[in-house]
Design a protein around this ligand. Structure first.
Ligand code: HEC
Length: 253
């Protein structure tokens, strides 16, 4: 039984380990943000995801897109059909009618998110050569995951003395090379949270990084639930096999 217990403890310990890599250059702060969704028992906090969507919509979407997401996907963070319809209708999509004429109509829940720029070249031109990257997979694509997004959003400081800053660049502690073309997007009170949460910069950074993690891993809760069941099954199976082995071998001794 001791071995079974050891195996169970090991698996529980794995549950506490973050499910994303933290190695990044420049290094992230030693103390990671306490995310509720890391580890195999982690789940999203729906209120934080909704606040994060609000920050995305009211601040980030002026420059970034979430091109992998359909408006209807927002049901996954607890919005109902009417709310999703209203979110979608705030953007316009260009389509072709049956006479071959282009026209604009309000976006529908079945449409992909509409970005701020008509194409990549226009986005690049607006920002001196580097387009604001699509944020739908940023948490998956960058080492550091949500810690990196949180770090960048809270990491704007004055450049150290003698560190050359070309015009249009901003010093950021956690962005590779420290010169970022994104102006600091968050300011205290940049959004007004309906649930009364105070919109400080770290709070908004936490919420939007949580939302972007969901955008990269929308099925994480389900995967964690499944993983938990599999581990429970393995522990029970190990105990049964161990008991069976003892019984069989006891006849030989
Ligand atoms: C005024 C336009 C603008 C706004 C608003 C804005 N960004 Fe950016 N963002 C940029 C640009 C441009 C870059 C590319 C910077 C570079 O490559 O130097 C960028 C880069 C980033 C990166 C780094 C991506 C990488 O390559 O690793 C992250 C993360 C990011 N933005 C998140 C956000 C979030 C979250 C918000 C909303 C809170 C936001 N941005 C708001 C323009 C903007």
């Amino acid at each position: 039984m001791a071995k079974t217990l050891a195996a169970a403890l090991l698996l529980a310990a794995i549950g506490l380990v973050p499910t994303y890599a933290r190695a990044a250059d420049p290094p992230l702060p030693n103390k990671p943000e306490p995310w509720p969704f890391t580890g195999i028992f982690g789940t999203y906090n729906e209120a934080a995801l909704q606040r994060g969507f609000q920050v995305y919509e009211q601040v980030c979407s002026a420059c970034h897109n979430l091109s992998h997401l359909h408006y209807a996907d927002l049901a996954g963070i607890g919005y109902d059909e009417a709310q999703i319809k209203a979110f979608a209708a705030r953007s316009e999509v260009t389509t072709v009618n049956n006479k071959g004429k282009m026209f604009k109509r309000p976006a529908r829940p079945s449409d992909l998110f509409v970005g701020p720029f008509p194409n990549e070249a226009a986005a690049k031109a607006a920002f001196g050569g580097r387009a604001p990257p699509d944020l739908s997979t940023i948490v998956k694509a960058r080492a550091g995951g949500p810690d990196l997004v949180y770090g960048i959003l809270t990491g704007f400081t004055k450049a150290p003395k003698g560190f050359p800053m070309p015009p249009g660049t901003f010093y950021n502690k956690y962005f590779p090379g420290h010169r970022i073309l994104m102006p600091p997007p968050l300011h205290p009170g940049a959004v007004h949270y309906a649930d009364g949460t105070k919109a400080t910069v770290p709070q908004m950074a936490h919420d939007v990084a949580s939302f972007l993690t969901w955008a990269s891993h929308p099925n994480l809760d389900e995967r964690h639930r499944m993983g938990f069941k599999v581990i429970l099954f393995l522990i029970v199976a190990a105990a049964v096999f161990y008991a069976a082995k003892r019984k069989i071998w006891s006849r030989i001794h």
